[in-house]
Structures are given as C-alpha cells and as structure tokens.
Design a protein around this ligand. Structure first.
Ligand code: NAD
Length: 469
C-alpha cells in the first residue's frame, strides 16, 4: 500500500484499518496459540530469510546504492537466524507458568504468573538495518504468540516492497502483514489501537509515536538513537581499541544505532589514536570511494548533512583526517576529527555516518562529565583492563547497554536485553526479554482448602489487629 499508487489518504487508511482488523479478529479468536503453532511461524520466518537471502541482499544493496552482500549477511541475516534459533529452542521454557511465593498469612494457597500473548503488535522500523530491525522484533512477538503488522521505512523502498511480498507469501494475512508507505502511512499506523507498538528510529520521531499511541493507551517500546561514547582509559593499548572502533564506526558507514558516536581518549594519546584509526581504515578500505565493501550513505540529503558538519568543524579550526578525500559515488569518506568545536553538530547531534570525533580528556572524571552533559546514550564502550577504572566508568555514566573492550557485541547476545534509557529509548527486547516484552504477565491466585480468608468478610471487628504489628 503506497500513497503514490494513487487513491489518496482515504484508501490508505481503509487498507490499513482492514489489515489491522483482520489481525485483531484472529488474535481474539485464537488468543493463545500453542507452542507448535508458534514454532511453525518461526520456521516460516526462517524459510523466508534463507530462501530469499540473495534477493534480500540485492534489495538492500539497491536501497543504499551500494552495500556489500557480506555486510548484509553478517550484520543482518546471521543475527536474525541466531535469534530465531534461540527463540525456537527456548520457547517452551519461556511459556511455562511461573510459580510465585505466597505469604504465610495466605497459606495454604498458590500463586503463579501466566505469560499470555498481548494480541497485535505494531512494528515501525528504520532503513539502516532494514531486515534485522523489522524482523528481529517479529521473532520475539511471534515467540510470545502474537500477530504483527509491520511498517518498514520509506527510505529503503526496494527492501520494503520485497518484505511485503515475502511476508504475504509465507504468512496468512491474519498472522503477519506488511504495509508500506511514507510518513503519512506511518502516522496513521502509529494511531492504530495496537496491543503494543514497537518503534525503532530517531528520538524525534519516537516522541511523535508515543504521542500517537497515548489516546489508545497503547504501550510502546521505543528503540531510539543518540550519541554513544567510547572511552579509552589510560591503561588500554591503542592498537587493540582501534580494531574495535573500526568495526563499530565504519561498518555500514557508521549508520548503526549503537555505533560509537565519538571517542574519549587521554589527551596525550588523542592524536596518536586519530592516526592509528586512520591507518586501520586505510588498510580496510584503501580506496573507499570505489570500494564496494564500504557502504554508501543512504540518501543525498544524509550525505550533505555529514559533509556540511565536517566542513563546519574544519572552518571552526578542527583537524580533519580523511581517507580518500571528497566523497563520490554516494560515499562519505571515512573521517576522523580532532578538536571538534564545542557546540558543533558533530558534538551535539547523533552523527550516524563514517565520521569519528576524538575528544581529549585529562582524567576520567572529565570524560564522564562530558558524557553526562549529554542525553543518556544507547550504548557505552569502555576500553580498560583496570578494575577500578571499569567500575568508575560503569558507575559514572548510564547507557542502554555496554560492551567492554569492544564495540557493538552486546547487541549480539541473545541472553541480554537490548534497549535504551532516557532519550535513547524505553523498554528492551531480544530473547527472553523480548518474549516478556510482548507478553502480558497475568497474575493468578488460588486459595487452598482451609484457607483463613475463605471465611473473611464484613463486619471486620478487630481483625486488622492481627496484621498491624
Ligand atoms: P526515523 O525516525 O526517521 O524513521 C523510523 C520509522 O518511523 C520509519 O518507518 C518512518 O516511516 C516512521 N516515521 C516517520 N515519521 C513518523 C511519524 N510522524 N509518526 C510515526 N512514524 C513515523 O528513523 P530513521 O532515519 O529511519 O533511522 C535512524 C534513527 O534510528 C537513528 O536515530 C538511529 O539511532 C535510530 N535507530 C535506533 C535503533 C535501536 O535499536 N535503538 C536501531 C536503528 C536505528
């Protein structure tokens, strides 16, 4: 469904309402699908990904105007399949009722929690990892027994169209459905009375999504962005940190929500670090402008924003180190920035591109103050082998998640919740945390025979005297 197909807003709204109504009716009819049904749906999703692996990589490559198949496979397809496997294997255990303790006063009796599906989950996803961020939440939603409606990004149109086609081929329209379209469709989508709305995207749009969900009292999970810092403590060897920074910042040309946005380095090492990063980028992408392994920046508008931010920093006296000079062929050259001026876009907005400012600090307190002067980040990377420094950093600055002595890898742990805090989001998913996110923890209490409360009722007399002590 696309507004550009003609037919205008009313038709878009009707189709959206119809797709949602069908999912909702099915979710009310078959409220709690058994483990077999859930596993069948997860298997259908697995088949969808494996059978269409080539088409998926090609569509994403087309949307970026250049993104290597290897990057799509490693960063999107592999983690998605891992999450699917983990959910399929763990499903029965996650679904089990959970016995809870009962206070002595209420004995004999039993209390337990049932993890029930919520119903219909809305998933609004971005363009930067279009497969993983549309279907990753779906894994958790299906494992928890829900139905889902997905609206992928209009900035990855080839992939979005492919996803719509693949989902309708592998699922019944009342199991999982995809709607495509631009901001208008997204707005109408966010206003549907979902049982839960799961949004991945920018902090700014996240605010709008939460506001749109509020009249329906639809609970939201917001997976947002922000400026994720990497701190290199004085004890840590630079050459070891550099490899991880290369992975975190230049994979997908820095268009990664948990990419290290900037690096805090001891003042006396900042310049050496900048040069080492540059050298390692040069080894990885000797000629980034023509290198198919170095991903393009998604649109001309995004490229212009990054180039303008680099130019503004240079004009304000920053040192700009680049591999390959001016960007061409849809690329922004890998860039390291020293002495970026306070207040510049590079230090105020999420960069979301292959541009890495290095901030020199005198001591860890100053580094932590720099982080804490900004919004709460999605990720934090601390490079140190010193226990005291590690504790100081973990205690001193909050973030959604953390990888120590590395970057990105906490997102790949199925046993860990993934999510933000403050401006970087609310709620977390992945694995059991995702299952719980999309479940209603329903409390059930059953008094046993001879339970004293069986005989309780007004008038109460001095009954409370027994409890108030
Ligand atoms: P975006 O917020 O512009 O768009 C995301 C989705 O929201 C799209 O599907 C879009 O159609 C929809 N949308 C746009 N306007 C809307 C509105 N008014 N109401 C409802 N929906 C609307 O984000 P983007 O540019 O696609 O992605 C980049 C951002 O996403 C970055 O900030 C990045 O950090 C963040 N991100 C976060 C995570 C995470 O897991 N926390 C992952 C990837 C990206």
């Amino acid at each position: 469904m696309r507004p550009e197909d003609g037919g205008g807003n009313d038709r878009v709204q009707d189709e959206l309402t119809e797709a949602f109504a069908s999912l909702r009716a099915a979710s009310r009819r078959d409220r709690i699908p058994d483990a077999e049904t859930r596993k069948r749906r997860l298997s259908a999703l697995k088949r969808l990904v494996i059978e269409s692996r080539d088409e998926i990589a090609a569509a994403i490559d087309a949307d970026f105007g250049g993104r290597a198949r290897a990057e799509t496979e490693l960063m999107e397809i592999v983690p998605l399949l891992t999450a699917l496997r983990h959910a399929s294997r763990s499903l029965r255990r996650w679904m089990r009722d959970e016995r809870r303790p009962v206070a002595l006063t209420f004995q004999p009796s039993r209390a337990w929690v049932r993890h029930e599906p919520l119903g219909v989950i809305g998933i609004l996803s971005p363009w930067n990892y279009p497969l993983l961020l549309a279907l990753g939440p779906l894994v958790d939603a299906l494992a928890a027994g829900n139905r889902a409606l997905i609206k992928p990004s209009e900035l990855s149109p080839e992939f979005s169209r492919l996803l719509a086609r693949l989902v309708s081929a592998h699922f019944q329209p009342d199991e999982v459905a995809v709607v495509t379209g631009g901001v208008e469709v997204a707005q109408a989508f966010a206003a549907l009375p979902f049982d839960h709305l799961f949004f991945t995207g920018s902090t700014e749009v996240g605010r709008k999504v939460m506001a749109a969900a509020a009249p329906n009292l639809t609970p939201v999970t917001l997976e947002l962005g922000g400026k994720s810092p990497a701190i290199i403590a004085p004890d840590y060897p630079l050459e070891k940190a550099v490899r991880s920074l290369l992975l975190g910042k230049f994979t997908n040309a820095g268009q990664t929500c948990i990419a290290p946005d900037y690096v805090l380095a001891p003042a006396e090492k900042a310049e050496a670090l900048a040069r080492e990063i540059l050298a390692s980028v040069q080894r990885a992408y000797p000629d980034p402008q023509t290198d198919a392994q170095f991903t393009n920046v998604i649109t001309a508008r995004h490229r212009e924003r990054l180039v303008a931010a680099i130019d503004a920093a240079r004009d304000a006296g920053a040192t700009i180190l680049q591999v390959g000079g001016a960007g061409q062929n849809g690329k922004v050259p890998p860039t390291v920035v020293l002495n970026a001026p306070e207040g510049s876009l590079l230090l105020t907005e999420e960069i979301f591109g292959p541009v890495l400012p290095i901030i020199a600090y005198r001591d860890l307190d100053e580094a932590l103050a720099f982080i804490n002067a900004r919004s709460r980040p999605l990720a934090l990377y601390a490079f140190t082998n010193d226990r005291a420094a590690r504790a100081k950093i973990l205690d001193g600055a909050i973030s959604g998640g953390v990888t120590l002595n590395g970057t990105l890898l906490h997102i790949a742990q199925d046993g860990l919740p993934f999510g933000g805090v403050g401006d970087s989001g609310m709620g977390a998913y992945h694995g059991r945390d995702g299952f719980r996110r999309f479940s209603h923890a329903r409390a059930v209490y059953k008094p046993g025979f001879l339970n004293a409360f069986e005989h309780m009722g007004p008038p109460f007399g001095r009954l409370a005297d027994l409890a108030i002590r």
